[in-house]
Design a protein around this ligand. Sequence first.
Ligand SMILES: CC(C)(COP(=O)(O)OP(=O)(O)OC[C@H]1O[C@@H](n2cnc3c(N)ncnc32)[C@H](O)[C@@H]1OP(=O)(O)O)[C@@H](O)C(=O)NCCC(=O)NCCS
Length: 181
Amino acid sequence: MKIRKATESDLKDVLYVETQAFGNEHGPEIAKLVNGLLGDPTAMPLLSLLAFDDKQAIGHILFTKAYITGSEESISASILAPLAVLPDSQRQGIGGQLIEEGMRLLSESGVEVVFVLGHPDYYPSFGFKPAGALGFEASHPIPDEHADAWMVNELRPGVIGSTSGKIICADVLNKPENWCE
Ligand SMILES: CC(C)(COP(=O)(O)OP(=O)(O)OC[C@H]1O[C@@H](n2cnc3c(N)ncnc32)[C@H](O)[C@@H]1OP(=O)(O)O)[C@@H](O)C(=O)NCCC(=O)NCCS
């Protein structure tokens, strides 16, 4: 399995992986979201990575630019959304490797903190912690029953605890329906 940055010519593969991973119900809307984010100037700089098994794209992860408002310090932040692995390739560590490679590259480029709205049983294995309790307000209110799905991970030690505020995400992501769970 190899991971590399996705280029414009990989768009078909990216959208295929997203559609298949999220299935008939959510796949098309997630693919539309990703397509929108890839062309959204407010999402830049973004990091889009594809995982390949031989020549077949089997996983994709996208990180887009975020801002923390109300924080005294200027902190470089990013949001992980979405992460997708083809159904037949799940539970083989591919999602985890995409997260780890993404975090490594973001850290190298100076990103200090990463947010995610996702499965609360999955992301803590990669260092993510409930963000609300740590002082980071999501872009849109998250229903109480999903509060622990809003998580944060620091790439520069000490960011969590020394800063707090509301997170502003890219325009295309900044719609209440993207913040339901
Ligand atoms: C979630 C997803 C990206 C995980 O990718 P993956 O490559 O299968 O994950 P990994 O192999 O790195 O990790 C597997 C472990 O994560 C956990 N896990 C996987 N999917 C999970 C889920 N939906 N909820 C909770 N835990 C999950 C399991 O504990 C699993 O370990 P196990 O096989 O020992 O039980 C993948 O299942 C997927 O694309 N799902 C559909 C789209 C989606 O829900 N994306 C995430 C949006 S936040």
